[in-house]
Design a protein around this ligand. Structure first.
Ligand SMILES: [Zn+2]
Length: 267
């Protein structure tokens, strides 16, 4: 079953999203193939002609007035919503307030992949990994599905080679598996699927702690980007790249990194 077919099978919201995406793709293609040639009408003309339907153009895609907001995507994310925002590997120190690449997760997709923790399906698949064997040396639990445990073990060994000044950010870790919901969205956290780790909470910054007013807070981060790079090379994205930042958080999302492509090519 293709991603699109699977997404359609998940219900009307996902189905609508596929239809909308195909419209956007068609229009974007039309714009690309006509780029450089003279046009009878401008993009502004198009926006003016359909003010009830079109909200704008971001240079790549049309923005439709019925596009799902980020808040709605976080609560009812489809597979396509999950892939919509590009993840900036290598660290982006000032993410836009409403840009959370990777924070949208389709619950049905990940329940199928890792199990539903509320039904006791995740814990049988958890295995121990020694975190920083030469430095901290205690066990954390992580899912064995998709070889996430092997990737975390490789991360652990690699991070253990860093100087002490960098390793202080890594231990004691805040935790890995816990069956819980994300506070503001009510959706399952990647921790609930056993595929996430929080490093030392003593150096963590979280958007809710830096929120003088309004939704997203002032961006703060103390985690060195060399640590982020090690995780990303092994398929984990960083919560510090979210407008709703969570700088101690890393989760296994290889589809958002080149890592996924490399792995596919070598198997
Ligand atoms: Zn976390």
């Amino acid at each position: 079953m293709t991603v699109a077919q699977w997404s359609v099978a998940q219900g009307s919201v996902a189905q609508w999203s596929v239809v909308r995406w195909s419209h956007c793709a068609a229009i974007t293609w039309l714009l690309l193939v006509t780029a450089g040639t003279s046009l009878a009408a401008s993009m502004d003309d198009l926006l003016r002609a359909y003010p009830d339907a079109l909200a704008g153009f971001n240079g790549v895609d049309l923005i439709w007035r019925d596009d799902k907001s980020m808040a709605e995507q976080l609560r009812h994310g489809s597979i396509l919503d999950q892939l919509r925002l590009a993840y900036p590997a290598g660290g982006m120190l000032l993410p836009a307030p409403q840009q959370d690449p990777g924070r949208v997760r389709n619950r049905a997709f990940f329940d199928k992949m890792y199990g539903d923790c509320r039904r006791g399906q995740v814990t049988p698949r958890l295995v121990p990994v020694v975190w920083l064997p030469r430095t901290w040396g205690h066990v954390v639990s992580i899912t064995s599905v998709n070889g996430v445990d092997r990737q975390l073990a490789a991360i652990s060994r690699e991070l253990d080679e860093l100087p002490a000044a960098a390793k202080k950010y890594l231990y004691p870790p805040g935790g890995t598996y816990v069956c819980r919901h994300v506070a503001d969205t009510g959706q399952t956290s990647m921790h609930g699927w056993g595929a996430a780790i929080d490093i030392n909470p003593g150096f963590a910054d979280y958007w809710r702690w830096h929120r003088p007013a309004g939704d997203a807070g002032t961006y703060v981060n103390r985690i060195p980007l060399e640590i982020v790079g090690v995780f990303e090379r092994h398929g984990f994205i960083w919560g510090g790249n979210w407008g709703h930042f969570d700088t101690m958080h890393f989760e296994y999302r290889p589809e958002l990194l080149d890592f996924g492509m490399e792995k596919q090519r070598t198997h």
